[in-house]
Design a protein around this ligand. Structure first.
Ligand code: RIB
Ligand code: CA
Length: 316
């Protein structure tokens, strides 16, 4: 397991999300981990519409007891129309699990809040975690490109080496806003890529939920387990459970030893063809492009769920 939290200074983190059942677990994991200073949570309409993803983000942060500004962002992609994924997340975005209303959102819009935070930060000091469509991140970077040098690393749950989960070709976050993803990939800053191929190894099963549920009776852990239990098993993964996507991006920051990594060159397909949102991940230098991302390849799944079990009970 990673070094004890007190060993290192906390890492400043922005989390851009679209809660979303797995976003909820990711946010609670981050908020439970003293290694991370979650300085800002920004929200996009993604899994469900922005009015619901924003309310969900506020409620998730509120239940954690942590005082973190939550700021609303884009309710649609840069191009194209908004599409929801209610089959996985339910119409409310949290699988029908009702949380107490959270604190009011911070006024303003996400892209401005991201830029304001980066502008006041030292070079290469802020880790930006993107676990929804990358629209807010792209808007921030496109408006003030020079601020990219304040970013230490983008950690993105996006894309797929193999088949998609939204179209045959594309993973949901990448498919919702491929132009935004292309802008972030072109930022020149280090990118760590958490794809469907990695998250398929983080399989939530009834047994794993039961193990977590038995650890404590905290409200956040209980809600976490109820939310995970609401998600249908994945037919793509043979109904062996469902992949816990977004928390893998947080786990990379907390316990990188749980992962193997490969340097890759990644491109995302834009345009209107059947490949829209496809991430072309070059692991062997066939594209002639220089690697610009870390592809998180293998996951120690048991270690990952142990990490969840070690951290989530720390919350109220
Ligand atoms: O494809 C999975 C990703 O899309 C996750 O981030 C999920 O929350 C949705 O945003
Ligand atoms: Ca998400």
């Amino acid at each position: 397991m990673s070094a004890t939290p007190s060993d290192h200074a906390a890492r400043t983190v922005i989390i851009d999300c679209d809660p979303g059942t797995d976003d909820a677990v990711a946010l609670w994991l981050a908020l439970a981990s003293p290694e991370l200073n979650v300085a800002l949570v920004t929200v996009a309409g993604g899994n469900v519409g922005l009015s619901r993803t924003l309310a969900n983000a506020r409620a998730i942060v509120g239940l954690s007891g942590r005082e973190v500004p939550v700021v609303a962002g884009a309710d649609r992609p840069l191009l194209g129309a908004f599409q929801a994924e209610e089959r996985v997340h339910g119409t409310d975005g949290l699988g029908g699990v009702r949380l107490p209303e959270g604190p009011a959102p911070q006024p303003g819009i996400a892209a401005d809040a991201i830029r304001d935070l980066l502008r006041d930060a030292p070079p290469e000091s802020v880790t930006v975690v993107g676990i929804g469509p990358a629209t807010n991140l792209a808007l921030a970077l496109a408006t003030e490109p020079a601020l990219a040098n304040r970013v230490a690393e983008f950690v993105l749950m996006t894309g797929a080496l193999s088949e998609g989960n939204w179209t045959v070709a594309a993973e949901f976050n990448a498919a919702m806003d491929p132009e935004a993803l292309a802008l972030v990939l072109a930022s020149g800053r280090p990118v760590s890529l958490v794809t469907l191929d990695l998250t398929a190894q983080a399989l939530v099963t009834a047994e794993r939920i039961a193990t977590l549920r038995g650890l404590c009776d905290g409200e956040c852990l209980r809600a976490c387990c109820d939310i995970m239990a609401s998600v249908p098993t994945s037919r793509r993964l043979g109904h062996r459970g469902h992949p816990l996507h977004d928390p893998c991006a947080i786990a990379w920051l907390l316990a990188p030893e749980l992962f193997t990594v490969q340097e890759v060159a990644v491109q995302v397909e834009c345009g209107s063809g059947i490949g829209r949102g496809r991430t072309h991940i070059d692991r062997w230098g066939r594209s002639g492009l220089p690697p610009q991302a870390k592809f998180l390849d293998r996951l120690d799944a048991d270690g990952f769920f142990r990490l969840l079990g070690e951290r989530l009970p720390r919350l109220p």
